[in-house]
Structure formats: structure tokens, C-alpha cells
Ligand binder design. Structure first.
Ligand code: SGN
Ligand code: CA
Length: 526
């Protein structure tokens, strides 16, 4: 392992005394532990430290209140597997080669931050959803769910490659296993990094049974663009992720009535079929009156869409509630065991999600709700930064951040940038002013067209390609909900040209073979 110039510690002493950053401010500090909690599809609209409209998340808010909240955090490719590959490698999809969930297998022989942390003297662990179609390397301990995992009585794959079943609710079990490793599994003489990666809050939002009755008296406010007509946005018009059109009345909203036979009824039956007879009784007792009422009302059109929206919001909030409890358990454990002071606690999601904005659920698009991701951190000792960090950051930045904190060298080929200067309270003049995004999974579920684009503080340019050639331009200051595509309109030529130049520069910088112009696109991945 190479060392930073001027760094004080040696590898022999690495577990005792660390030193970070070339600025020299933090020299002599112990290597911090890292607790990296991530959820699936958890969006800031459902996290009260970002948005107070919908629900309370006291434990997640604790992280932000005691530490920092990133107000401008984004992903590079808004889908589970690709996002996880970006996080592990600190690189965009074009470089880590995990483009989509449906055709890729992650190549663990490539450089990842957990393996580099091991070299830097860390014990590393990963519990929960990996979703990379391969068994992980770079971890002293791992236990993962197969694929997407199950909410009820889930299966787990252990390090010997075998699969077994466990009784309980997934979010509680992932936390139990993580706390067990922290307490009894690790070498306590070494710094550690544990990734606690939840299946929650993924579709189809099955709540913990004890929370079935929560939020039932709440009527959530419809987003102002719930009835979007997608004028001027042809990719938005052709997606299949609309609450009104595509949300499955049985699978998603649990209205499993006699004779119901939707596309996803079979999948729903298999999920709730995992409950044991007593659990099933509790589940059915909760849903029976709701289903009877739903059937008797025979809802249609907007009324049906709004019914689905309310069921969706309630279920999602219930699943977040269990997650928030479990984040609290982790914080309490760290505190009670004297670990909180020297631990970086990170909470984020693999991407944001639509809670009815544009009429949608799911993610994938480069539009704000799904390109954004929540990101809060409780900082280890030596960092007094508190409150909001407003620089634009991206999920590829976490790997270099962890490495710098560990006192390890950040490899030059990582695309991400260490956030340590921001955590130290600096506002570097040369901080990035634009973000690159590239989504590939099409044709596939939800039918979001392939696209890439650039986002600056104020503007966003998106290019939909592959089976179409279409641009969208948004002024996020004037149109934060991205309803008005300004591309090609009079007066926007100058900003369009400069965004195209910025996009070309980013594609060059990250060496993405799919670029403007058919010649280059043909040469790259289609
Ligand atoms: C599943 C879901 C989709 C979701 C993808 C990807 N369908 O296929 O709605 O977009 O996962 O999600 S389901 O019928 O199986 O629920 S991701 O977060 O894992 O990328
Ligand atoms: Ca996800």
C-alpha cells in the first residue's frame, strides 16, 4: 500500500494511531470505525430530517442532529445493483461494468474499498442486501440475502455458500446479525467497517406485523404534479411506473380479493406465504376489512389512483418505521459500548424514490426525486462539523472518503472525491460544479429509456438515447419539479451548448464509451 506524503503512521502501527488528510489537521488521530447503513429505495421525502410532511424518523434524525446532513447528495445510476457497484468501487458504471440489474454480474476481482480497508488494517463486514449477483470478497465476515431478499422469515446466504432460513422480520434480523458481529464476531483490537445494508424499503413494502396499524389514520398529501401529463417529455410519457396504471392492486396495495388475478398476484401469494399460520392470521385480520371496503366501493379512475397512493404511502411509512427503530438500536449499541465517539456513522440509500411525484413510484430517471439520495453522517472524534453540507456530492464519493479517513491512499483511478475536506468544514474552491449520470436498464421492468446527462447547481441536461435521440433541459431554480422541458426553446441555446460541452468533458473524464454521436455510441455498450 502506498502512503500519503508526510503521513505519520506506519503500517505496523496502523491499528493504533491513524492520520488523515494531506492538510495535516487531523494528524495523530485514531483510525475511525465506519458503520455504513444503507437502505433500498428510501427517499428523503420519507425522512423527517429532510422533509417533515409525511412521517417522523427520530433515529435517523439523531444522526443528522449530532452530525451533518448533505442537502445535495446524488447517485450516478439510480438502480440497486449499479448503485452498490458505484459505492464499492468509487467509480461510475462505465468503469465498474455493473450497468444494470438484469444482465450484469459484479466482478469482485476489481478494486473495492472494503478490500482496501482490509489492507489498511480494518476488519470488514457486510450484512444484508448485496444484489450484485456474486458472492462478496473483501470482507472478514458477510451474510447476505439472496437477490432482493424477503421481508418475512427470510433466507440468508452464509460465507460457506449455504442458504438457510431465519424466523422474523428482515430489518430486525439484519440488525441482530450486525450487532452480533460487533459484539462477538470481530477482533476488537482492530478498527472496523461494517456495511448494514437493508432490504427495506423496497417494493412491495411489506410491514412488520406489529406496525400494520400504524399510519392508518393518516391521509397523505398528493404531490402537486401527481396528475402530470408528461407534455414535452417523451420518455416520461412511455414509462411503466405510474401509480394509476402500473401499481398492482394485489401485490403493491395488498387488495387480495376473491377472484383477483393480476400480473403480480402469484408473487404476492409467495411473499405472504412465508408467514407462519399465526402470523398469517394477524396479517389477514388486518387486511380483511380493508379489502371488503375496497371491493364494495368499486373505485375507478382518479379515485382508484388516489386510493392506491394512500395505501402505498402508508405501507412505505410502516416499513420506514421499523428501519428507524433499528437504526436506533445500532446507535444505542455504539453509545453503550463506548464506540460512538470514534465511529463514522453513515446513513444513505441506494437511490431516491418517487412518492407520487409525476404520478410515479420507482426510480431510474435522472429527475430529482430519484437522482437524489438521502445522506447523513455522524462524524468521528476530531471532526466538529455540524449542520448542512451543501456542496454537490455523489455516491461514488463514499469509497474515497472511507479510505482517506482510514489513512489509506485513495487510488487515482477512483472517480469519486473524498468528502473529508467538507467534513472538516472546508469549502474547496475547486469542488465539482457538475455531476454525471448514466442509466442503462432498458428494455426492462418500468420501461425507463436509457439516458445520460449532466446536472449543475441550476440546470440539468438529459439525453435519452438507444432507441431514440431526445434531449431535455431543466432550469431547476425556476422549475424544481421538472415539468417544463426547455430544450430547443428560444433563449436557451447558450446554456444548452455549455451543458453539452460539460457533458462531453465528463464523458471524456470518466471514459464512458457511450457518448454523443452515433459513431461513439455504436463503439460502446448499447
Ligand atoms: C424489482 C421490482 C421493481 C424494481 C426492481 C429494481 N419489481 O424488480 O419494481 O424497479 O426490483 O429495484 S417486483 O415486482 O419484483 O417488486 S432495485 O432497487 O433493486 O434496483
Ligand atoms: Ca433500490
Amino acid at each position: 500500500m502506498k502512503q500519503y506524503p508526510g503521513i505519520l503512521y506506519t503500517l505496523a502501527a496502523i491499528s493504533a494511531v491513524g492520520s488523515i488528510s494531506s492538510c495535516g489537521k487531523e494528524q495523530g488521530r485514531k483510525q475511525p470505525n465506519i458503520v455504513f447503513i444503507m437502505t433500498d429505495d428510501h427517499t428523503a421525502q420519507m425522512m423527517s430530517c429532510y422533509d417533515r410532511r409525511n412521517m417522523e424518523t427520530p433515529n435517523l434524525d439523531r444522526i443528522a442532529a449530532d452530525g451533518v446532513r448533505f442537502t445535495e447528495a446524488f447517485v450516478a445510476n439510480s438502480l440497486s445493483g449499479p448503485s452498490r457497484a458505484c459505492l464499492l468501487t468509487g467509480k461510475h458504471s462505465c468503469a465498474n461494468r455493473f450497468y444494470d440489474n438484469s444482465s450484469c454480474v459484479f466482478d469482485f476481482s476489481q478494486q473495492t474499498f472494503p478490500a482496501l480497508l482490509q489492507e489498511a488494517g480494518y476488519q470488514t463486514a457486510m450484512v444484508g442486501k448485496l444484489h450484485l449477483e456474486a458472492l462478496p470478497t473483501g470482507f472478514d465476515y458477510w451474510e447476505i440475502v439472496p437477490g432482493q431478499g424477503d421481508y418475512y422469515n427470510p433466507d440468508f446466504i452464509t460465507m460457506d455458500g449455504s442458504t438457510h432460513n431465519e424466523k422474523g422480520y428482515i430489518t430486525n434480523i439484519i440488525t441482530d446479525k450486525s450487532l452480533e458481529w460487533l459484539e462477538n464476531g470481530r477482533d476488537k483490537s482492530m478498527p472496523f467497517c461494517i456495511m448494514i445494508h437493508h432490504k427495506a424499503i423496497h417494493r412491495d413494502w411489506l410491514p412488520e406485523l406489529k406496525y400494520l396499524n400504524e399510519y392508518e389514520d393518516r391521509t397523505f398529501e398528493l404531490p402537486e404534479n401527481f396528475h402530470d401529463d408528461y407534455a414535452g417529455r417523451i420518455a416520461a410519457a412511455s414509462q411503466e411506473m405510474s401509480i394509476a396504471e402500473d401499481m398492482d392492486i394485489v401485490y403493491d396495495t395488498k387488495m387480495f380479493y376473491e377472484g383477483a388475478d393480476t400480473r403480480l398476484t402469484g408473487l404476492y401469494k409467495s411473499f405472504i406465504g412465508r408467514l407462519d399460520p399465526e402470523e398469517r392470521e394477524v396479517y389477514d385480520a388486518f387486511y380483511a376489512p380493508l379489502i371488503a371496503d375496497f371491493v364494495s366501493r368499486d373505485l375507478k379512475g382518479e379515485e382508484l389512483a388516489e386510493f392506491k397512493f394512500q395505501r402505498y404511502m402508508r405501507d412505505y411509512a410502516k416499513v420506514v418505521k421499523s428501519l428507524d427503530d433499528n437504526v436506533g438500536r445500532v446507535l444505542d449499541y455504539l453509545e453503550e459500548n463506548g464506540l460512538l465517539e470514534n465511529t463514522l456513522v453513515v446513513y444513505t440509500s441506494d437511490q431516491g424514490f418517487y412518492m407520487g411525484e409525476h404520478g410515479w413510484f420507482d426510480k431510474r430517471f435522472m429527475y430529482e426525486e430519484s437522482m437524489r439520495t438521502p445522506l447523513v453522517m455522524r462524524l468521528p472524534e476530531g471532526f466538529s462539523r455540524k449542520g448542512d453540507i451543501t456542496e454537490m456530492v455523489q455516491n461514488i464519493d463514499l469509497a474515497p472518503t472511507f479510505l482517506e479517513l482510514a489513512g489509506a491512499e485513495v487510488p487515482e483511478d477512483m472517480h469519486g472525491v473524498s468528502l473529508v475536506p467538507l467534513l472538516q468544514g472546508m469549502h474547496p474552491d475547486d469542488w465539482r460544479t457538475s455531476l454525471y449520470y448514466h442509466y442503462y436498464e432498458y428494455p426492462a421492468e418500468h420501461m425507463v429509456k436509457r439516458h445520460f446527462g449532466v446536472r449543475t447547481e441550476r440546470y440539468k441536461l438529459i439525453h435519452f438515447y438507444n432507441d431514440q435521440d431526445f434531449f431535455e433541459l431543466y432550469d431547476l431554480q425556476e422549475d424544481p419539479c421538472e415539468m417544463h422541458n426547455l430544450y430547443g426553446l428560444e433563449g436557451y441555446g447558450g446554456i444548452t451548448d455549455s451543458l453539452k460541452a460539460e457533458l462531453a468533458m465528463l464523458q471524456e473524464k470518466y471514459d464512458d464509451p457511450v457518448r454523443f454521436g452515433a459513431e461513439k455510441a455504436r463503439a460502446g455498450r448499447q
